[in-house]
Design a protein around this ligand. Structure first.
Ligand SMILES: *[C@@H]1O[C@H](CO)[C@@H](O)[C@H](O)[C@H]1NC(C)=O
Ligand SMILES: *[C@@H]1O[C@H](CO)[C@@H](O)[C@H](O)[C@H]1NC(C)=O
Ligand SMILES: *[C@@H]1O[C@H](CO)[C@@H](O)[C@H](O)[C@H]1NC(C)=O
Ligand SMILES: *[C@@H]1O[C@H](CO)[C@@H](O)[C@H](O)[C@H]1NC(C)=O
Ligand SMILES: *[C@@H]1O[C@H](CO)[C@@H](O)[C@H](O)[C@H]1NC(C)=O
Ligand SMILES: *[C@@H]1O[C@H](CO)[C@@H](O)[C@H](O)[C@H]1NC(C)=O
Ligand SMILES: *[C@@H]1O[C@H](CO)[C@@H](O)[C@H](O)[C@H]1NC(C)=O
Ligand SMILES: *[C@@H]1O[C@H](CO)[C@@H](O)[C@H](O)[C@H]1NC(C)=O
Length: 457
């Protein structure tokens, strides 16, 4: 996640888009009353059609009955909006929007807005795609996000289908790294849409889908609560810029299980304001590994706690498990466990970087997001010898404390062992000997860190 500095702009555009979409919603309602098939109209006013069975009350709304064509050419946005509005207004306990198998639907950037009356299932068994690239993207549509779910409590996004972000033309924009003339990177706005975004929503599950080639982040949660992701497959090429797999921000009570992510940026990235996150049995790579951060950009305050990553595989990535903070922030990262992780040819398997900086001209500052109570246990496998397998680069003014290493065995995937794990201002303990050996952690707790220097969260 590299764009936290543009967040205010994103929000600004988000809300202006949101306003436009409200207008579009009203527009679609009026249109619907005048012109839509009466099966839909009768639904609102007369007894429920046979598919609504009150002894097993569920309501299946096939997008095709709302006029969607699914030929991979027609714009089916309005039909999806109508299906959404109908499902959302239904008082039945469960309403399923069905995107049927064997069809390919093109949808423009859309905000599916709640709150809804009953529970919702968005079942994608077919393919959903956006317009193909920036030139086909309608001028009045947001370029920051494609499918957005906003203010929803109780929804499942599931199915055996495919969400295809068609990212290639966005990745090739001349403003993307080395995509300008002769391998340059041109200046200028470079916004690209996030494929799936949940915003201010709760009690969400995502299950079974394939998501590929997002123009930017594949899936992002902001301000959400109780999120359960299971058996998701995310793919994008390893050189696709900024295609983080799953990003969470200001989101708590998150479970990410049994999923495969290969992409061009972080596999899972955990931003500010996240706590109670459990990540289990995921396979990452290629890409940039699992990342907490970056935190504290522009002197911001960030709090992240109670994060577990376990029983997972990370392979052919730039980083394995990483905590990255900018200088000058405040707040803390605390209570993080990395347990039973297999690394394969990873460039920086274990890394804390409190000097995160994208431009090289960041100045040293005295405040920092503190990093404490981090446990690394049973982390085994191989590393790429271009970097030391373990690096703990902590801030000068606020050291990392209580780092615990146990059962670490990291060997070079090729070439000679790198004997020099790197530590700077890092306090902690070894519970067992490690391979390679680590001698650079400072035992105990730093004397000079006064209780009131630590910014509590
Ligand atoms: C964008 O403009 C088109 C054509 O003018 C209109 O049909 C559509 O509703 C607009 N979309 C939004 C999100 O305002
Ligand atoms: C309603 O659903 C129940 C349970 O699935 C089924 O046994 C029953 O036959 C259904 N009734 C109708 C009218 O479809
Ligand atoms: C690209 O490189 C070629 C050969 O070096 C040069 O002739 C050309 O002017 C360069 N184009 C740009 C846009 O820099
Ligand atoms: C999530 O679901 C639980 C159980 O149904 C409910 O108690 C809770 O209020 C929901 N969360 C929100 C934020 O609505
Ligand atoms: C781990 O996830 C993979 C799919 O991603 C699944 O096939 C496998 O059964 C899962 N393992 C366990 C122990 O659940
Ligand atoms: C940490 O998060 C887990 C869920 O991942 C939760 O079950 C547990 O209660 C949390 N621990 C604390 C101390 O809040
Ligand atoms: C910041 O501090 C680190 C650690 O003391 C040092 O290696 C680095 O050179 C400093 N950077 C600048 C720009 O002063
Ligand atoms: C050190 O961190 C571990 C978790 O990694 C935690 O269980 C323990 O309580 C911490 N110790 C102190 C003194 O905070």
């Amino acid at each position: 996640m590299k764009h936290s500095h543009i967040l205010p702009l994103v929000f600004c555009i988000f809300f202006s888009t949101f306003f436009l979409s409200i207008q579009a919603r009203h527009h679609s309602h009026t249109k619907q009353k005048h012109s839509h098939s009466h099966s839909h109209k009768s639904y609102e006013t007369s007894p429920p059609p046979p598919s609504q069975n009150y002894s097993n009350p569920s309501n299946i709304l096939d997008v095709r009955t709302f006029g969607a064509i699914g030929d991979g050419i027609s714009d089916d946005t309005e039909s999806f909006k109508m299906a959404w509005d109908t499902a959302c207004e239904s008082e039945l306990p469960l309403n399923t929007i069905l995107v049927p198998q064997g069809f390919s639907f093109i949808i423009q950037s859309t905000i599916f807005t709640g709150p809804c009356q009953g529970g919702l299932v968005f079942k994608v068994d077919g393919t959903v795609m956006p317009p193909d690239g920036p030139d086909s993207w309608p001028k009045n549509n947001s370029r920051h996000q494609w499918l957005v779910f906003y203010r929803i409590n109780g929804m499942s996004l599931e199915g055996s289908g495919l969400i295809n972000g068609r990212g290639q033309k966005w990745w090739d924009l001349p403003c993307k790294p080395h995509k300008g003339p002769n391998g340059t990177t041109l200046q200028g706005p470079c916004d690209s849409p996030i494929a799936i975004r949940f915003f201010m929503s709760s009690n969400l599950t995502m299950h079974g889908l394939r998501i590929e080639n997002s123009p930017q982040f594949n899936v992002r949660f902001d301000g959400c609560e109780n999120v359960h992701i299971d058996s998701i497959f995310i793919t994008a090429p390893k050189d696709s810029p900024n295609t983080d797999g799953i990003h969470i921000e200001n989101t708590n009570d998150v479970k990410i299980y049994n999923s495969l992510i290969s992409n061009g940026d972080d596999c899972v990235s955990i931003g500010s304001g996240c706590y109670d996150v459990d990540i289990k049995n995921i396979t990452c790579g290629p890409g940039h590994g699992i990342s907490i951060g970056s935190l504290g950009n522009h002197n911001s305050r960030a709090c992240v706690s109670n994060i577990t990553v376990r029983d997972s595989v990370i392979k052919f990535t730039d980083n394995g498990v990483r905590i990255k903070t900018w200088q000058g922030g405040s707040g803390s990262v605390s209570g993080v466990t990395f347990n039973n992780i297999h690394m394969e040819s990873v460039r920086n398997p274990i890394i804390i970087d409190q000097f995160y900086c994208l431009t090289k001209d960041c100045t040293n500052k005295t405040s920092a997001v503190t990093v404490s109570n981090i446990l690394y246990t049973n982390i085994k496998g191989t590393y790429d010898i271009r970097s030391p397998p373990m690096q703990f680069a902590c801030s000068d003014s606020v050291p990392c404390t209580n780092l615990t290493l146990s059962d670490i065995e990291l060997l070079p995937s090729q070439g000679d062992i790198v004997h020099d794990p790197f530590c700077w201002n890092a306090y902690g303990d070894l519970q067992t000997l490690t391979i390679p050996p680590v001698f650079c952690l400072i035992e105990g707790t730093p004397r000079f860190v006064l209780e009131n220097d630590i910014s509590h969260c």
